[in-house]
Design a binder for this molecule. Sequence first.
Ligand code: G1P
Length: 293
Amino acid sequence: MIKKAVLPVAGLGTRMLPITKVVPKELLNIIDRPTIEYVVDETINSGIDTLIFIISQGKGKIIDYFDMDMNLRSFLKERGKLDLLKKVEGVEDKIKHLIEVRQKIPEGLGHAVLMAEKAVGNEPFAVLLGDDLVDADPPCMKQMIEVYTQLSAKTKNHSIIAVEEVPLEDISKYGIVDGERIEEDLIKIKKVIEKPSPEEAPSNLAIIGRYIFDPVIFTYLKQIPKVKGEYQLTDAIQLMIDNGYEVYAYLFKGERFDTGNKEGFFKTILHYASKNSKLKEVLIKFVKENKLT
Ligand code: G1P
């Protein structure tokens, strides 16, 4: 039912400078894959086959990574490097329909999502932010699609946002939601505030970069004001709620990692390393040898 996903990857990645001068942050690797591939895998494993990348100048390499490189394929074939060929094909054949849209001016996440309007058309769609990796089974987006579908029996033109509880000191990094709990893991949102101070935050439920939107969001993305040079997606969500559209916050099952800063990026690497038996051994040995515990 949800067949299209928007992946905004136009951000400058200033928190990871200076490497992001030349490498898009989405291509920095977690063990053996770029971070964006984890998000692409989640999207595809959730049954979505059309991926709309919102890119900006210097981000074309992200598309190249998933694009077909015939020269490389022939080279690997000629040299008999069939294992590597298989790996490359695996990445290049991953995305069935890849659409690339340019955000020419960096005017915030709301503006980036609005760029996808033509490609999305008039159907509900997913948005997945590249900084947030979610290790979950079933994948976070798949869980959300299920909840979205269940809700479709009772309501329509609704939207869903994945949230998690965060500690007080992290509240000001996120969009925070408030509303009425209708099930253990579901809240009907009344209010969303972008990056409030802990004092003004109505809860500690933070938006984690996974959304399913009714296409009416585009109407409101065109009405919101620019604040400090950016159009905030959160403001359009609030406008949608104010106009009577139902938006739900879903407490997903799984573990989320923020790869957009140095500490979070490192923690993500450690997490995925500890899931691999060989790397886990290396990690344990290193901790012991260096007396880190
Ligand atoms: C964006 C959203 C914010 C959300 C966050 C999740 O902020 O504006 O509402 O909580 O992603 O990662 P950003 O991290 O781009 O500043």
